[in-house]
Ligand binder design. Structure first.
Ligand code: BG6
Length: 477
């Protein structure tokens, strides 16, 4: 256990959120169980509800029993963990609550433990975030003027803002209260093993990089499909929609990992420089280009979901053709397809290479029958597959597409880290590599804003539940 972690307190805003129940508490419990948290660590839950410390402990215990098999199977550690939990009720717009929070944090210092390291976690709606950060600054809990040697960090959950304007405002407020080196904008996709492997695949293997450009690659297709709907999050979805929920963050981060230049070094800023450059180069949309590059859909029955307006035009599906206007990618379409209630849950990236110059084995004049592909399976299959043509056994020279496949789980066994374990640990240890820097957030919003502005209130096409989206999106593969 690193010495810098002594006296570590994590403060969760939105302690009753679904994310806290399903991901944050189970991950923090597991990190404590693995010995990654100091014994003296404290977790302070912040919420609007009136709860005593004990009531909060009971509620977290119940949620852990429901969502964490490790907690359910380790009663002794669950007891120890729950003793480290505390609660403060804060009306997020009212400074008095933040003063109570500061007292709760400082209470421990008066008990002889000085200078706690503080990690604030914002698991709240993006519209509340600026107020929270401003208030933290006002009561002296910001990171810019540390009263003593401890560190302070802030983790902000996506969506980070609602559009470019709100993201700029949030970045501005955060800048006043924290240094950029203390800010961790989390996108849990960046904690997924196969996503982290994209860079390793590209930059630790000599054979792919020479081909990784417009001369050899015909197109890239990124799919993020889910076979379930909005799971009761009608209120959130009505504000967000799929473009903001999935494409602005997870989708564009995958695109950036595929399209980025090799970084000058494997450190957080070098990598984030390259990702920001790609996002800057993504062509913005106009009303003319949107018509031929975007199909939005809404699943049948969405209007009947709880919290959804009866005439809602919110999209639950998008198929988008992006272009990256730089030297490496000029002319190569990056297709992206994402949606709720689709035929199956699958996230994958398919890189399709250009055909060989002569088509010896296909019908005369036909395009090549088996273009080479690299398929990066993100979930549920965690795989890398290379597709090529092979001769079908027999008298005739017929080619069939075949795959060489690497399967993560089959090859590397053992207890892996979930995205939240990994990213929380990275944040605790001060590694910002897999967190989004403010320039990338701003570029991503400017792309999505240009798309949304160009669509101009056009209604999404309906699609049947468990289909592959609206009929007109089929042109996107
Ligand atoms: C979240 C979105 O960021 O990611 C959800 O808000 C989506 O709508 C989820 O379902 C997908 O993440 P994962 O890792 O469960 O596939």
């Amino acid at each position: 256990m690193s010495g810098t972690l002594d006296n570590f307190t994590i403060i969760i805003f939105g302690a009753s959120s679904d994310l806290a129940s399903r991901k944050l508490f189970p991950s923090i419990f597991q990190l404590a169980r693995w010995g990654h948290m100091p014994e003296s660590f404290r977790l302070i839950g912040v919420g609007r509800q009136e709860l005593s410390h004990d009531e909060f402990r009971r509620s977290v215990r119940e949620r852990l029993l429901e969502h964490s098999p490790e907690a359910a199977g380790d009663a002794a550690r669950l007891d120890t963990f729950c003793r480290r939990l505390f609660y403060v009720r804060v009306d997020l717009h009212d400074q008095a609550g933040y003063e109570a929070l500061r007292e709760e944090i400082m209470r421990d210092e008066e008990n002889g433990r000085t200078c706690r390291n503080l990690m604030f976690y914002l698991s709240i709606s993006p519209s509340l975030a600026p107020d929270v950060v401003r208030n933290l600054g006002q009561v002296g809990l910001g990171g810019r003027e540390l009263p003593c040697a401890g560190w302070r960090k802030i983790i902000a959950e996506k969506p980070y803002g609602h559009d470019l304007e709100s993201a700029l405002e949030l970045n501005r407020v955060i800048d006043e209260v924290f240094e950029e080196s203390q800010v961790y904008r989390i996108d849990h996709y960046l904690g997924k093993e196969p996503v982290q492997n994209i860079m390793v695949f590209r930059f630790s293997n000599g054979i792919f990089e020479p081909l990784w450009n417009r001369q050899y690659i015909a197109q890239v297709m990124i799919t993020i499909a889910e076979d379930f709907g909005i799971r009761g999050r009608g209120g959130y979805y009505e504000e967000a929609g799929l473009l903001r929920d999935i494409i602005q963050n997870h989708g564009l981060q995958l695109l950036a990992a595929i399209a980025m230049e090799p970084p000058v070094d494997i450190d957080a800023d070098a990598i984030r420089d390259e990702k920001a450059k790609v996002l800057r180069a993504v062509r913005r949309f106009t009303p003319d280009t949107v018509r031929e590059s975007v199909v939005l859909g809404q699943y049948e029955g969405y209007l009947g979901e709880k919290g959804v307006a009866p005439d809602s035009k919110v999209e639950t599906f998008a198929a988008v053709k992006f272009h990256v206007d730089n030297w490496r990618w000029s002319g190569v379409p990056f297709y992206m397809k994402a949606g709720k209630n689709l035929a199956k849950s699958v996230t994958e990236i398919v890189i399709t290479f250009r055909c060989p110059p002569q088509n010896y084995y296909g019908a005369l004049g036909a395009a090549c029958s088996t273009p080479n592909q690299v398929v990066l399976g993100i979930q549920p299959d965690e795989t890398v597959a290379i597709r090529f043509g092979a001769k079908r056994p027999g008298e005739q020279m017929i080619t069939d597409p075949v795959f060489m496949k690497f399967d993560y789980r089959g090859t590397f066994q053992g207890e892996g880290l979930t995205p939240y374990h990994r990213l929380l640990l990275d944040a605790i240890e001060g590694n910002q590599m897999n967190f989004i820097r403010k320039d990338s957030v701003e570029h991503s919003w400017s792309i999505i804003d240009s798309l949304k502005d160009s669509i101009d209130g056009q209604a999404p096409e309906l699609y049947p539940v468990h289909s592959w989206g609206p009929e007109s999106s089929r042109i996107y593969g």
